[in-house]
Design a protein around this ligand. Structure first.
Ligand code: ZN
Length: 243
């Protein structure tokens, strides 16, 4: 089975259409949260996700804020402003859908799936080797796909040694039994690892290979929509910076 892994779409329908258009033989989608927030097309993104018959989806912190699961006080001023706008631009149907999302998928194709981290699914950022080490200790998954930091990278634990490959230009992880993996396939709609190209993953479950791909998309269009919506200018600029 080939699984496409999308996360942190963040209302960027231009990026979502481009990455989904690249897929030809995908059997299944795993979408790791933050469908909304920041970008100007949250409703189109939720509708796209919601109408995929072949997808499993977890809740992200921005999705959670739109349905009252996480308070807006949790967020910094710019995301808070964008979230207020987002909440006003989601249909009842989309809001109801976001409410139904689980915070983790504990076991699917041999992996655990979550937005933040297994111990704090909505809040925790796995953004440092120390945090990754603690997460490995706190749970016993062989493979965990996570998101939230918008960085394409992995932490691999083997015989007490922690490796930390990054996939700023894409790359491949071959899964070995006996090693443990925390894998972030990066962000579709707002990459923050210095490369502004959209990032997503392809997991071949038979071969045990995870590919991380980067692609250009129409960033100008996404930025223009952010400006037209009256959302903070920083959110448009950020797309070009990849930070
Ligand atoms: Zn996010």
């Amino acid at each position: 089975m080939r699984i496409a892994i999308f996360s942190d779409i963040h209302g960027n329908f231009d990026a979502l259409q481009t990455v989904s258009g690249l897929l030809d033989t995908v059997d299944f989608f795993c979408i790791l949260g933050d469908i909304v927030g920041y970008g100007a097309e949250p409703e189109a993104c939720v509708q796209w996700v919601m109408h995929r018959p072949d997808a499993r989806v977890v809740m992200g912190n921005h999705d959670a804020a739109c349905v009252g699961v996480l308070p807006l006080t949790w967020f910094n001023p710019i995301p808070k402003r964008a979230l207020r706008w987002t909440c006003q631009h989601l249909s009842k149907e989309s809001t109801t859908y976001l409410q139904t999302l689980p915070q983790t998928i504990p076991q699917l194709h041999g992996a655990l799936w979550v937005h933040g981290s297994p111990r704090h699914p909505l809040e925790e950022y796995i953004d440092h080797p120390v945090v990754a080490q603690e997460v490995f200790v706190s749970s016993d998954f062989p493979v965990c796909f996570y998101a939230h930091t918008h960085q394409a990278e992995a932490y691999i634990l083997h015989e007490g040694r922690l490796l930390h490959p990054r996939f700023q230009q894409g790359g491949e992880i071959i899964l070995h039994p006996g090693k443990r993996y925390l894998i972030n396939c990066g962000s579709v709609g707002q990459p923050r690892d210095g490369n502004s190209q959209a990032s997503f993953g392809l997991f071949d479950t038979e071969k045990g290979v995870v590919k991380i791909q980067r692609t250009e998309y129409n960033m100008e269009s996404a930025a223009e929509k952010i400006r037209e919506a009256g959302l903070p200018e920083e959110l448009a600029l950020r797309l070009f910076l990849g930070q």
